[in-house]
Design a protein around this ligand. Structure first.
Ligand SMILES: C[S@@+](CC[C@H](N)C(=O)[O-])C[C@H]1O[C@@H](n2cnc3c(N)ncnc32)[C@H](O)[C@@H]1O
Length: 266
């Protein structure tokens, strides 16, 4: 990895998300972009925390209730508390996790910080979601005859094309056996007031935002052929909420869809 790959002068989704989560691994450009987006969507920080909490609940569910022991987490983000392998390995230390992200800074931090329990294994791939075949060809530590938890949390909305995005998800799922699960969140403006929605649209139009929201029907397309797990497609704070959690924001403040679904036999 070369130093020039770290472009600190341009905002990056992982570092902006890190800023919203209260982390320190971000630069002026990320903070500026984060503040600008938070002007059009003031609940951005709440949404980031709610998204992270959903990821942890969903991974916990797959590890504890379903017995999934291997995870492919694409769009990992900068390491923070309770990352995928920590949640999974706390329940089943032998869990194996492959993290994938296209931001070299994320991967540098991940390699340094995301160390596996000795019974399990973690790997890091600096790859792009837009090249799913390449990702699939590098999954040595995963046994693709056994169910995999495919995690696409807060990453699919960086792909503007719905056709491209659904094709990528299909390619990934086709390579995984029955009993595998898809965990996904995606930004939506469905829960927003008309004013907030107009702000978001304007941010996209003017290039201030790179987050392309999906409506419910578009989000549902990612789950075609899968069996949705209760409660189905919901605002992510409403997906099996933890009654002991410090905050459980309303959909307008955590404007992402969340769902988990199982790949059936046949
Ligand atoms: C908002 S963060 C989400 C992090 C984590 N999944 C979570 O929910 O806490 C989005 C992550 O996706 C990564 N990302 C964006 N586009 C990507 C792509 N085309 N391929 C791989 N990673 C991508 C960013 O670098 C960033 O780390």
């Amino acid at each position: 990895m070369t130093l020039e790959k770290f472009d600190t002068g341009a905002a990056h989704p992982a570092r902006r998300y890190n800023y919203w989560l209260g982390g320190k691994d971000n630069f002026a450009a990320d903070r500026e972009s984060g503040d600008l987006l938070a002007k059009s969507y003031p609940a951005a920080r709440i949404a980031a925390r709610a998204n992270r909490a959903f990821l942890q609940r969903a991974v916990g569910h797959l590890a504890r209730e379903v017995g999934i022991r291997q995870f492919l987490d694409i769009g990992t983000g900068l390491p923070t508390a309770d990352n995928t392998h920590e949640v999974a390995q706390r329940i089943a230390p032998q869990s194996r996790i492959v993290y994938v992200d296209n931001d070299p800074m994320v991967m540098a931090h991940a390699r340094a910080l995301l160390t596996s329990a000795p019974e399990g294994e973690t790997r890091y791939l600096e790859e792009d979601l837009r090249d799913p075949e390449r990702i699939l060809s590098s999954l040595e530590i995963l046994d693709l005859t056994q169910p995999v938890g495919l995690i696409l949390v807060a990453v699919i909305h960086f792909l503007p094309s719905q056709e491209q995005a659904t094709g990528i998800v299909r390619t990934l799922l086709d390579a995984l056996p029955a009993g595998s699960h898809l965990v996904m969140t995606c930004a939506t403006t469905d829960f927003l007031t008309p004013e907030l929605k107009a702000n978001w649209d304007e941010s996209l139009r003017t290039g201030r935002s790179d987050v392309h929201p999906r409506g419910r029907a578009e989000f549902a397309q990612f789950f075609t052929g899968l069996e949705l797990i209760d409660p189905g497609i919901v605002a992510l704070s409403e997906w099996r909420p933890d009654p002991a959690a410090d905050e459980n924001p309303a959909p307008v403040d955590a404007s992402l869809f969340g769902a988990v679904a199982r790949k059936p036999v046949g």
